[in-house]
Design a protein around this ligand. Structure first.
Ligand SMILES: [Zn+2]
Length: 485
């Protein structure tokens, strides 16, 4: 493991306290835990091995779910001919400010400039138009794991970067009902994944017109709450209706022999989830990782005086082997550093369980286990150690989720009047649930006044009885407002 030049600090403390400056704290954790680094390309990050290992665990678990629900993976080109991107008017309008172009290649100016994909509806739609002839060809249920580029003015590692990694699902269906069912099924899948894997509760709902995906009929999102009370959009699922099918001429012969346009969906989650993880669970000592996505679930730290390599290390290596064979991700820190320094370093990296073993423990045939989430520390007999480790990892996973749910409920309130709404947004930040009239101008005014946006609205919720929190007109939904990332 590479060390920073100042890694000899007695304690790995160079982290700004969260309460002092949350944004600074976040950047400190990203850097000190070696999750990512800035690159020579403005706005683009390098994902370092420890950060990439977290992403891989998310990716593997999600890939399994995507496949379990009947989808298959494919790969489409990075470049999209400009003429294709411009076919769907709303889509191009939404994305053009963020698009990067290739104008020269092979030493010549290209006849048609190429878009570096900001998303792949245009190229995938073009291919679907070739592949779909009859209702028998439907549904198409594809996913791709890829990078995309969206030129950003202000960037922050994992949360908003010019290039990022994601998966994008693209499906085509025979009927509107099937497309809607797919869109919502994926939304549920994302929500379950965030809760079970990332221990991160999310609010599922529908986006307002102004916040929906450019070119979609409607967009659903999952919204999480970060440790500073700001909301973070953690994933989106779009019902594209027939918009892209019409733009790209994706037609099929229906069962009644008529020619119809397919009904589409697209959906994605990104490396932003790594940022979400940091900001949901982290504390002033650094990262706190849920065991399900921790590259190391257990770190073994040998304790001992000068001759620990002879007295303690052999037993520590045996334990490492046992844990590994039990399928637990484990590392052993045998560097020549003081144990206290190692403790701080692995706390910074968020390892859920620390296993300490010294000469006295060996005599007593026990080890010490320290939890990262609660910092509780207890002696555990070596007999039955594996079972105890498994139990504790499960407890940590569920404790982190409970803690995050608790935090969210403490930071969620209702406001019926605009004064109460503004006071809530000005005070302790979080979600504020308020009736809204459905008017985009009213939504924009709320944003101007308070910086808060509608994160989403309940999918099947009935219209609330009262009037819009700002304008008093009849409300169409109880919207979840928040300041967001
Ligand atoms: Zn209103």
């Amino acid at each position: 493991m590479a060390k920073d030049k100042d890694a000899k600090d007695p304690f790995v403390t160079e982290i700004t306290p969260r309460s002092q400056d949350f944004s600074r704290w976040y950047l400190d954790v990203v850097r000190r835990a070696e999750l990512a680094d800035y690159s020579p390309v403005k706005g683009c990050m390098v994902i370092r091995p420890y950060g990439y290992a977290i992403w891989e665990l998310i990716q593997q678990a999600l890939d399994k779910e995507i496949k379990r629900t009947g989808h298959v993976n494919a790969y489409f080109p990075l470049f999209i001919p400009n003429s294709l991107l411009t076919k769907e008017a709303e889509h191009v309008e939404g994305f053009s400010p963020q698009v990067a172009y290739v104008t020269h290649a092979g030493g010549e100016e290209l006849e048609e400039k190429l878009v570096v994909r900001p998303t792949s509806e245009a190229i995938i739609g073009t291919m679907y138009a070739k592949w779909v002839q009859s209702w028998r060809d439907l549904p198409i249920l594809l996913n791709q794991w890829a990078n995309v580029v969206r030129w950003e003015k202000v960037t922050r590692p994992f949360l908003r970067t010019t290039e990022f990694l994601w998966q994008e699902g693209h499906t085509a269906h025979e009927t509107a009902e099937e497309a809607e069912a797919e869109t919502r099924m994926i939304l549920d899948l994302y929500a379950t994944m965030c809760e079970s894997l990332l221990a991160m509760p999310v609010v599922k709902g529908r986006k307002s017109e102004s916040e929906k995906f450019a070119g979609a009929l409607r967009t659903y999102s999952i919204e999480a709450m970060m440790g500073d009370g700001r909301a973070l959009q953690a994933g989106t699922s779009h019902n594209l209706g027939q918009n892209f099918a019409k733009a790209f001429d994706i037609t099929f012969q229906a069962r009644d022999k008529s020619v119809q346009h397919v009904w589409g969906t697209s959906w994605g989650v990104t490396t932003r989830l790594v940022g979400a993880l940091i900001m949901t669970h982290g504390d002033d000592s650094g990262l706190v990782l849920p065991p399900a996505v921790a590259p190391y679930q257990v770190v073994i730290v040998p304790i001992g005086r000068d001759n620990w390599r002879e007295t303690v290390l052999p037993r520590a290596l045996e334990l490492q082997q046992q844990l590994r064979q039990a399928g637990i991700r484990v590392t052993l820190d045998e560097r020549e550093e003081r144990p206290g320094w190692k403790f701080a370093e692995w706390e910074l990296r968020g390892v859920p369980l620390r296993l300490e073993i010294g000469p006295k423990d060996i005599e007593k045939s026990q080890v010490l286990l320290a939890r990262r989430d609660t910092r509780e520390k207890a002696g555990v007999p070596m007999d039955g150690l594996i079972d105890r480790v498994r139990e504790l990892l499960d407890e940590i996973q569920s404790n982190l989720l409970q803690r995050a749910i608790q935090f969210r409920s403490e930071h969620t309130q209702n406001a019926e009047t605009y004064d109460a709404f503004k006071a809530a947004m000005d005070g302790r930040p979080g979600f504020v649930i308020s009736p809204w009239c459905g008017d985009a101008a009213c939504e924009a005014q709320i944003k101007t006044d308070t910086q808060a946006t509608i994160r989403n609205m309940p999918i099947d919720g009935a219209a609330p009885a009262g009037g819009c929190v700002r304008c008093g007109q009849p409300a169409v939904a109880s919207a979840w407002f928040a300041k967001s990332y």
